[in-house]
Design a protein around this ligand. Structure first.
Ligand code: BES
Ligand code: ZN
Length: 622
């Protein structure tokens, strides 16, 4: 860990942010130093927020959130504090309860506008009265028609990476950690839940109080409002969903407690008390989002057979890698996601065995090969440490952070041995709990505490700072997948399908089967497979998605596949799925067909999905 001691007079000392690091005796007040960051206007080294008290009302008629954000601040001798805002209207600002001067700076397409507030030496709190506008990017307002029950509207937020500033004025940098309280008023027929201590039932007056007592990064502040109910899985785990989904969600996620226990057994206690999941309407733009205490999830993981629940293991793992130990900047995003994929797969291995874990790992390995191929003109983008300056971080975050990050850690584990590696990871989480790290901080910690300590040489720099995948990569092997490949080859050779071998296949095997159809497969061969296995009407969202990708690529049109692709893209807004399918249309020179579907589907998409697909298809709304 880098140590920078900067003793400025007797007033304060600046040093790094290790939880367990003791303040040097001469320091009066420990103050963290924040590294330079290009995705926030805030200047936390001058004045920083430490606690948020949010008091808002959610109005479904005007589709606006309005109210007051009050902050406790720590002022390091500055006469201004800067917050990030984007598409917000600011009515008034107070400092220590008194009106103060403020100004909104020039608009930047990616970052929004800095809100600069005049403060004094003794300013302890600032308060911003504001409302969101209809350009907000974090909020998605859904009509009853877009929900499962179809009776009431729904609202959810998505903060990562830099969208929290579009619904709360805030210092929107992952380095800034705050605790929060919130009072949220919603229509009485709806319940509000946040990434905080949550209600289990609706209140009579539609007013909800929340508390998040652990310090979290602003991208993890989250809110969902809808006609939802709660069903516990264990004392500390459970699900929120609309009525028509609650039983299915509860069944699908019934291993949640076992997952938390397996995770704790690997890398230490779960620090957030409660681990719940809310199943959102299908337009939710991600598979899952690790909002602390309350993971937000897509309903597309509810397959009926628990086959896609590695997503829950993934979001749970973020309770350590991401929420407890956080990437300092979005250039260090792999620290969040690479560790999380590694941890996710370890949880899956602990609960369901090596076969399942290796199949998940190999699906990711194929994603990595495909991502590197897709990025062949911009190899820079295949480095773990990114340089996203001037870019929307969202555009630069691809599966490299996940799958190359995973492969790096797995290779490291195999090199040093599991026992040493696990002890190291556990220490890493403990030492850095509730703090943020840059890639460089991590490399230093790794060198000191794992490699030098055990006298091991490892090409860390190559893995992190060079494009592509180094030669010493771990070779992941799965007998199950070898068998899938042999079976596929046999079907194609004999031009017929006998179905007994596939009877016991899991979702992962089917996904592998479909993704590994040969490039030169004919539509007759596709029809043969489809007639045998009914891929075109698959109810499992992952199998359906990879089959639709093949159908689009090979111009295959049987068995209602076109109609099913159309309705999938119109209903589901999960960006990974939607982007894969629209990209397949584009690569097959079928953009015109894609646009017909997209124009219809776009109103159902959250801004992050719409933004990605607009760019992919060269579409501009209006
Ligand atoms: N934190 C991510 C989602 C995210 C990443 C949101 C970047 C905004 C910017 C989440 O944990 C995630 O990785 N979700 C994946 C899950 C999968 C890897 C199991 C998803 O949504 O598909
Ligand atoms: Zn993740």
């Amino acid at each position: 860990m880098k140590k920078t001691f900067l003793l400025l007079s007797t007033a304060f000392a600046l040093f790094t942010n290790c939880k367990n690091e003791k303040a040097p005796e001469q320091a009066q007040e420990p103050t963290k130093t924040y590294v330079e960051e290009s995705h926030s206007f805030a200047q936390p080294n001058k004045a920083v927020i430490t606690h948020l008290n949010l008091d808002i009302e959610v109005d479904f008629n005007t589709e606006k959130v309005s109210g007051t954000a009050t902050y406790d601040i720590k002022n390091n001798n500055s006469n201004t504090i800067v917050l990030d805002t984007k598409y917000l209207e600011v009515q008034s600002v107070l400092a220590n309860g008194q009106p103060t001067e403020f100004s909104l700076g020039e608009f930047n397409e990616q970052l929004g506008k800095p809100l600069t507030i005049t403060i004094k030496e003794d300013t302890k709190t600032i308060s911003v009265n504001y409302n969101t506008t209809n350009k907000t990017e974090a909020l998605q307002w859904l009509s009853p028609q877009q929900t499962a029950d179809k009776n009431h509207p729904f609202l959810f937020t998505q903060g990562q990476a830099i969208l929290t500033r579009t619904w709360i004025p805030i210092q929107d940098s992952p380095q800034v950690r705050i605790t929060y309280d919130a009072t949220v008023k919603v229509p009485v027929e709806l319940m509000a839940v946040m990434s905080a201590e949550n209600p289990k039932e609706k209140t009579k007056d539609g007013v909800y109080h929340f508390k998040m007592k652990q310090a979290i990064s602003p991208y993890l502040i989250a809110l969902a409002v809808g006609d939802i109910e709660y069903k516990p899985v264990s004392d500390r785990t459970g699900v929120y969903a609309e009525k028509s989904m609650i039983e299915a969600a509860h069944y699908e996620f019934s291993d949640m407690e076992n997952m938390v226990a397996a995770a704790e057994n690997l890398y230490g206690t779960y620090d957030w008390d409660q681990f719940d999941v809310i199943v959102l309407p299908p337009s939710f733009p991600f598979g899952g989002m690790e909002n602390p205490r309350l993971t937000f999830a897509t309903p597309t993981v509810i397959a009926g057979d628990k086959s896609l629940t590695s997503l829950i293991a993934h979001e749970l793992a973020h309770s350590w890698s991401g929420n407890l130990v956080t990437n300092a900047t979005w250039n260090d995003f792999w620290l969040n996601e690479g560790f999380t994929v590694y941890f996710e797969i370890r949880i899956m291995e602990a609960l369901y065995g090596n076969d399942r874990a290796n199949m998940i790992a190999l699906i990711g390995r194929q994603d990595l090969t495909e991502e590197i191929e897709a990025l062949k003109d911009t190899p820079e983008a295949t480095k773990l440490k990114l340089d996203l300056k001037g870019q929307n971080p969202d555009d630069g975050m691809n599966s490299i952070a996940y799958d190359k990050g995973y492969l790096f850690l797995r290779t490291l584990e195999e090199t040093v041995g599991r026992e040493k590696f696990d002890a190291f990871i556990k220490d890493y989480f403990n030492t850095h709990a509730f703090s943020t790290l840059t890639t460089e901080d991590f490399v230093e910690y790794l060198n000191t505490n794992l490699l030098q300590k055990n006298n091991i040489t490892f090409n860390v720099e190559e893995w992190i700072y060079q494009p592509g995948v180094p030669d010493n990569q771990s070779k992941i092997v799965s007998d199950k997948f070898n068998n899938v490949e042999a079976t596929l080859q046999k079907y194609l050779d004999q031009n017929s399908v006998e179905d007994s071998v596939t009877k016991e296949w899991t979702t992962q095997e089917w996904v592998h089967f479909v993704r590994n159809l040969p490039e030169d497969i004919t539509t007759d061969q596709l029809a043969m497979l489809d007639n045998a296995f009914d891929f075109s009407n698959a109810s499992n969202s992952h199998i359906a998605m990879v089959w639709f990708e093949q159908a689009i690529k090979h111009n295959y049109h049987n068995n209602n596949v076109d109609k099913n692709i159309d309705s999938f893209l119109t209903r589901v807004g999960r960006r990974w799925y939607v982007e894969t399918l629209f990209r397949a249309f584009k690569n097959a020179n079928r953009v015109d067909e894609a646009l017909v579907i997209y124009k219809k589907a776009r109103p159902n998409y959250h801004s992050v999905t719409a933004g990605t697909i607009d760019k992919l298809l060269g579409y501009s709304p209006e």
